[in-house]
Design a protein around this ligand. Structure first.
Ligand SMILES: CC(C)(COP(=O)(O)OP(=O)(O)OC[C@H]1O[C@@H](n2cnc3c(N)ncnc32)[C@H](O)[C@@H]1OP(=O)(O)O)[C@@H](O)C(=O)NCCC(=O)NCCS
Length: 160
């Protein structure tokens, strides 16, 4: 399969925060934000693989600053790693106050995705083309994170 560049699948999803997304103090629910991040990550995986994908896990999700009703949020997602059937996407979120134009970095995290066929079985995806040293380092960091997560899942299952 022909390798594909990270830029071919990267995208930004934008949403205005409405009262329905927020709690009684007008702060956006973490779950609502994660839903948008998950959708952005999934679409990146779909654009890379041109397959359906499922989210198999998340890691290192940090809520850095509160997001308020009326803020415009930008969810930037791009692949960090591609295995045989799995992919990892990094999602970075900024929020902008529409009138003042003040931007803040509000959230970030990793989403682990698996491409699936019509029978919901994992299916092979194109490799990720590594274009420079920075992308190589990001890829290796992701591989280490995924190896740790697999080992953690295995020992956790053994303990149950
Ligand atoms: C994700 C899912 C398809 C994986 O099925 P599976 O039979 O465990 O698949 P495999 O064992 O073949 O693993 C698939 C890939 O995930 C990786 N993987 C499996 N378990 C892992 C773990 N705990 N941590 C990291 N990677 C893992 C495998 O290494 C493999 O990657 P590779 O092909 O790139 O090497 C299945 O667990 C599933 O359907 N989960 C529910 C997903 C879902 O409904 N999400 C919410 C809605 S989108």
């Amino acid at each position: 399969m022909q390798a594909k560049r990270r830029s071919e699948s990267a995208l930004t999803m934008t949403q205005i925060v409405l009262p329905a997304h927020a709690n009684l103090t007008n702060t956006m629910y973490g779950g609502e934000l994660m839903k948008l991040m998950d959708a952005a990550a999934g679409l990146v995986g779909m654009r890379h693989s041109r397959r359906n994908v499922v989210t198999a896990g998340t890691s290192q999700i940090s809520f850095i600053e509160p997001i308020l009703v009326g803020d415009l949020i930008f969810c930037r997602a791009e692949l960090t790693y591609v295995g045989r059937t799995s992919m990892e996407a990094y999602v970075d979120v900024t929020a902008e106050t529409v009138i003042e134009g003040i931007t803040k970095h509000v959230c970030k995290g990793y989403f682990f995705l698996v491409a699936i066929d019509e029978d919901h079985r994992p299916i092979e995806v194109p490799p990720l083309e590594i274009e420079n040293e920075k992308q190589k380092r990001i890829f290796e960091d992701a591989r280490a994170r995924i190896t740790y997560s697999k080992e953690h899942a295995r020992t956790w299952l053994l303990r149950r």
